[in-house]
Design a protein around this ligand. Structure first.
Ligand SMILES: CC(C)(COP(=O)(O)OP(=O)(O)OC[C@H]1O[C@@H](n2cnc3c(N)ncnc32)[C@H](O)[C@@H]1OP(=O)(O)O)[C@@H](O)C(=O)NCCC(=O)NCCS
Length: 259
């Protein structure tokens, strides 16, 4: 691990902490020591996997336990479901993401969030051939004109956003989205709106409009979202979700991440 990799991971972790929805705990960065141990029931999730994948899985679990610890949760196993999603302790939700040079996890209380999603990816542009599978031309046009992003970078950002939405939505509804089931709009330099546009998909508790955060930092693109567990937002304040609360600075705890 080079110093510059470590610095890039550290900057990405700081940017994620800074932008997270309220009451969402984060732990992540570069894992600096030997591969962490798995707890009972977790090894089955990577049975037969290559060593690199076992290490990645174990680091994700270790950061997830750190994020849970920030919520006062004692270390506990986080096995893998048949869907490949992590199984969080009763009453909690969370999300894990890893890419080359970075791993992170978020966690939150289930009475606040029906699901949360985190995605961190390398900033390398999305392959041109993949663009139409991931986003509509209108989404790219919008991202380019509002945020001044190159088309390839805009596509990568939308990809990341849809991955975090996928994770949070699956947790909140038990249903699984395809890329084109979701339309993304970047409504500020650091926040997005994602609308579930496929009529056959279940609506999350707060309705089909979901709000989240994103960032582009040297080497990485990230996105995070919390789907409120309450339907109140939808009934009384259609657009007031985690994004608005985050931008109000309603963030009672800032979560430490490994230095
Ligand atoms: C599951 C998926 C989103 C993971 O994203 P990724 O960019 O490949 O990889 P990440 O490192 O960010 O995330 C991997 C982690 O996602 C989590 N994950 C896997 N399946 C999941 C699911 N169904 N729900 C929630 N989280 C899931 C796991 O924690 C996994 O890490 P682990 O196996 O070490 O625990 C992706 O592989 C996938 O299958 N996407 C479906 C395609 C799609 O249509 N996406 C967007 C639609 S809107």
């Amino acid at each position: 691990m080079s110093d510059s990799q470590a610095q890039a991971a550290s900057r990405a972790a700081a940017a994620i902490v800074e932008s997270l929805p309220p009451r969402v705990a984060f732990a992540g960065g570069l894992w600096r020591t030997a591969s962490p141990p798995l707890l009972p029931g977790e090894a089955e999730g990577v049975a037969g996997a290559l060593e690199a994948r076992r290490v990645e899985f174990a680091i994700g679990r270790a950061f997830a336990r750190q994020a849970l610890a920030a919520l006062g949760v004692a270390p506990c196993p986080i096995p893998r479901a048949r869907s490949r999603a992590p199984v969080w302790p009763e009453g909690l939700v969370g999300s894990i993401s890893h890419c080359d040079g970075f791993c992170g996890a978020i966690a939150a209380r289930g009475d606040l969030y029906a699901g949360v999603g985190l995605d961190v990816d390398s900033a390398a542009p999305l392959a041109r051939a993949s663009r139409p599978l991931v986003c509509a031309d209108g989404e790219l046009d919008d991202a380019q004109s509002r945020n001044g992003l190159a088309r390839d970078s805009a596509a990568k950002l939308i990809f990341s956003i849809k991955e975090s939405v996928y994770k949070a939505y699956a947790q909140a509804t038990g249903d699984f989205l395809d890329f084109l089931d979701v339309a993304v709009e970047l409504d500020s330099p650091s926040t997005f709106l994602a609308r579930i546009i496929a009529p056959h998909r279940r609506s999350p508790p707060g309705g089909p409009d979901l709000a989240g955060v994103f960032g582009l930092v040297p080497g990485f693109v990230f996105s995070a979202i919390g789907i409120s567990s309450s339907s109140r937002d939808q009934e009384h304040e259609p657009k007031s979700t985690s994004m608005d609360k985050a931008s109000r600075g309603d963030r009672p705890h800032q979560d430490a991440y490994p230095a």
